[in-house]
Design a protein around this ligand. Structure first.
Ligand code: PAF
Length: 281
């Protein structure tokens, strides 16, 4: 069946209820739009699980800091609608900001220790804003499964934690980062890179590959590996963090293990770049 479009909450609830009455499980893919193959892989994962798949497209103002890129975040709803359909989405929901943040609404989710590091440290509004909007969406859509990309690994971990902490009957599924043929992690923000910045932006992936290579050759000392990798970092990119962390607790490790993840965050001419991956992938 062709993908459907809705922007109104009562219409969404009605469509989801009809599908539940037909014993369909509901899969949910929340996005901020400007979709790419990474988002499409989440929609495909939901479709392959046999779910009726709801995709939300909402650039959430409350997860951007005052000097961040809310205004310039790329947007193209027609294209998003087409790409959702092409990936097998069933319903694309474009929430109205006034429905999500109704007059008088003031309650927000306060994240814990998992949000204090990495992007949570340098972008303090990001994870509280994400958790609050995702909780609202979860309560509206009531999905059985919800899909998130592992490119935003910390986001995935904190959302999974929130679902467990609040006893939500929702399986939070992490899906692998989708990369360009040269390894560059797909992101809606990549469109803001100038052509000559593309190669510099690939530094994050190169560093991940170098970390894997050195781990493969026997390096187990996180501090030593961090020092070697930091020495390779080009001065044109502002490094925010380069850390080795446990994939569950997100605590820093001193002795590297195959499942240790390297996390990278940076800014290139105001464009946020993040990437991560396990040392043995
Ligand atoms: O990853 C994103 O696109 C957003 O942070 C999310 C999860 C849709 C919440 O606004």
């Amino acid at each position: 069946m062709a993908v459907r479009l809705c922007s109104n909450v009562s219409e969404l609830l009605e469509i989801v209820k009809q599908q539940r009455d037909r014993n369909r499980t509901i899969g949910f893919v929340p996005t901020m739009g400007f979709l790419h193959k990474g988002h499409q892989s989440l929609i495909e994962a939901s479709r392959n699980h046999g779910n009726f798949t709801v995709v939300s497209v909402f650039v959430n103002p409350n997860q951007f800091g005052p000097n961040e890129d809310f205004e310039t975040y790329p947007r193209d709803s027609e294209r998003d609608f087409e790409l959702c359909g092409a990936a097998g989405g069933d319903l694309v929901w474009f929430p109205d900001v006034n429905d999500i943040y109704q007059e008088g609404s003031e309650t927000a989710v306060v994240p814990g220790a998992l949000s204090e590091c990495l992007c949570g440290a340098s972008r303090p509004r990001f994870l509280p804003g994400v958790l609050t909007v995702v909780l609202k969406f979860f309560n509206i859509v009531c999905p059985d499964l919800a899909y998130f990309g592992e490119k935003d690994f910390q986001q995935f971990v904190v959302i999974r934690r929130m679902a467990a902490d609040f006893f939500m009957d929702i399986k939070v599924v992490g899906c692998p980062t989708v990369r360009e043929p040269d390894g560059f992690a797909m992101s809606s923000r990549n469109v803001r890179l100038k052509p000559d910045q593309r190669d510099l932006a690939l530094t994050l992936y190169r560093i991940i590959m170098k970390a894997r290579d050195m781990f493969g050759k026997g390096e187990r000392d996180a501090a030593a590996l961090k020092e070697s990798l930091t020495a390779l970092w080009p001065s044109e990119i502002d490094l925010d963090y380069l850390d080795f962390r446990n994939p569950v607790s997100l605590q820093q490790v001193s002795v590297l293990a195959p499942d240790t993840r390297i996390f990278l965050g940076a800014w290139l001419d105001g464009v946020r770049l993040i990437d991560n991956g396990p040392l043995v992938g």
